[in-house]
Design a protein around this ligand. Structure first.
Ligand SMILES: Nc1ncnc2c1ncn2[C@@H]1O[C@H](COP(=O)(O)OP(=O)(O)O)[C@@H](O)[C@H]1O
Ligand SMILES: [Mg+2]
Length: 320
C-alpha cells in the first residue's frame, strides 16, 4: 500500500527547502525580492515591489508587461545604471547592490551589453558602424596597433554575423532603423558580455523589420551563446522565445514556457505553450485575472491539498 505524505511531512520538507541557502545559486541572473522606490516631489512610487527572477546561462527570454509595470526599472538595475532600494540582485557573480563605482564601470563595460529602444541612444552619430562597434573594445583596453587591428577585425566579424557588413562605413543617419539596431546589437556584443539586455529594441520599427531584429538576437544567442533578456510589447517576438515572463505591478506574475513537439505522423515541429504562475518563497501566488474572473473568485478561495496538486475553489462558505 502506498501512503501519501501527511501534512506534517510536507511542512517539514517545505521548511527544509526554505532554509536551503541556494536560491538561484546556479542562475546567471538572480533577482531576489527586488525593491525600487522612487521619490519624486515627495511622492513615493514603488516601481519594483519584491520582484523575483532567475535567468539561466544561455537563455533567450522575453519580459512583457503593461506600461509602468517596472520593466525598464528592472533593466536599468541589471544594466548597472541604477541601484535597487532593497532585495538582492546578482549577475554573473556580481552583487549589484554592493559594487563599488569602479566595479560598476567595469561591469557595464565587460559583463553586460545593452540595446535601447531609441535607435539614436545606441550609436554615436559621428562614427561609422565599424568604428561604433570597435569603440567598446578600445575603451576596455589595448592602445597598441595590434590591439587596434584586432578590434577592427572583430568589429567586421560581428557586423557580418548580424548581416550588416555592407553598412560598415556608414554613419547612423545613413542607415535604416533596422540596420541601426543590428549595428547596436553588434556594439553591445563587442566585449563578449555574459548578458545582453534589450529594452523594447523593436519599439520604433515596423513588424517586418522587428522580425529581422529578433532574428539577429537569436543568432547572437545561438552562435555566441550570449544570454539575452528582451523587454518587448511585441506579441510576435514574445511568442518566439521559449520563456516569457510577465511583470505586473513591479513583480513577476506569470510565465509562459514553450517547448517544441514533433508530430509523429507529419514530422512537423510546433511550439507548445504552457502558462505557469510564479510561486515566491513566502508561498505567494498570483492567479491570472482571466481565471479568477471566470469563476467569480475574489477576496477568499478554498484550498485543498491533493496527492499531486492543490485545488483552488471559489469561496463556498456561508460567510462569503
Ligand atoms: N526616475 C524615476 N522617477 C520617478 N518615478 C519613476 C522613475 N522611473 C520610473 N518611475 C515610475 O516607476 C514605474 C515603473 O516605470 P518603468 O520601469 O519605466 O515601467 P515600464 O518600463 O514597464 O513601462 C512607473 O510608475 C514610473 O512612472
Ligand atoms: Mg519601459
Amino acid at each position: 500500500m502506498t501512503t501519501h505524505p501527511t501534512l506534517a511531512d510536507l511542512a517539514r520538507r517545505v521548511s527544509a527547502d526554505r532554509n536551503h541557502p541556494a536560491f538561484g545559486h546556479d542562475a546567471l541572473i538572480t533577482c531576489d525580492r527586488l525593491v525600487r522606490v522612487f521619490t519624486a516631489d515627495g511622492v513615493e512610487v514603488q516601481a519594483l515591489q519584491g520582484l523575483d527572477l532567475l535567468v539561466r546561462e544561455g537563455e533567450l527570454m522575453a519580459l512583457v508587461g503593461a506600461s509602468g509595470s517596472g520593466k525598464s526599472t528592472l533593466m536599468n538595475i541589471l544594466a548597472g545604471l541604477d541601484t535597487p532600494t532593497a532585495g538582492a540582485a546578482r549577475v554573473a557573480g556580481r552583487d549589484l547592490l554592493t559594487m563599488t563605482a569602479k566595479d560598476r564601470l567595469a561591469y557595464r563595460r565587460e559583463v553586460v551589453g545593452f540595446v535601447w529602444q531609441q535607435t539614436a541612444r545606441n550609436l554615436l552619430p559621428y562614427l561609422t558602424s565599424a568604428q561604433n562597434v570597435a569603440l567598446p573594445m578600445r575603451l576596455r583596453g589595448g592602445r597598441g596597433r595590434a590591439a587596434r587591428r584586432a578590434s577592427a577585425e572583430r568589429a567586421l566579424e560581428l557586423l557580418d554575423l548580424l548581416e550588416v557588413a555592407d553598412c560598415r562605413d556608414r554613419r547612423p543617419h545613413e542607415m535604416s532603423g533596422g540596420q541601426q539596431q543590428r549595428v547596436a546589437i553588434a556594439v553591445a556584443l563587442a566585449n563578449e558580455p555574459s548578458v545582453l539586455l534589450a529594452d523594447e529594441p523593436t519599439g520604433e520599427l515596423d513588424s517586418h523589420t522587428a522580425e529581422q531584429i529578433f532574428a539577429a538576437f537569436r543568432t547572437a544567442n545561438e552562435r555566441l551563446g550570449t544570454t539575452i533578456v528582451i523587454v518587448t510589447h511585441d506579441q510576435a517576438v514574445a511568442s518566439e522565445v521559449r520563456r516569457t515572463v510577465a511583470i505586473r505591478d513591479g513583480r513577476t506574475s506569470t510565465e509562459v514556457l514553450r517547448r517544441s513537439e514533433v508530430d509523429e505522423a507529419t514530422g512537423h515541429e510546433t511550439l507548445v505553450a504552457r502558462e505557469y504562475a510564479m510561486l515566491d518563497r513566502a508561498g505567494r501566488l498570483q492567479l491570472p485575472a482571466e481565471y479568477t474572473q471566470a469563476l467569480g473568485m475574489r477576496d477568499r478561495v478554498a484550498l485543498e491539498l491533493e496527492p499531486d496538486h492543490i485545488a483552488v475553489r471559489p469561496d463556498d462558505s456561508d460567510h462569503g
